[in-house]
Design a protein around this ligand. Sequence first.
Ligand SMILES: [Zn+2]
Length: 78
Amino acid sequence: MDVWEIDIGGTVVCDFCNDDYTESDMQGGLIIDGYAVCPRCEKPEMIKEATHVCRTGESFRQFVLRNRENNKIGVYSW
Ligand SMILES: [Zn+2]
């Protein structure tokens, strides 16, 4: 059963601390195996494991939304 008809829209939440970044312009963060890691949870040693890393000058929100569009596999059902 898949209930992912719900439109998650522009909601961006850190998968580590669950902080909501939908209204935030904080820059940085990365994605590891489909998990979004916000700038505050990000650790230098995570970089080598990261699937995607935020571009310079890009906000965490923009970064996550960009990769969500390009990679539907990153949107899973739970
Ligand atoms: Zn976080």
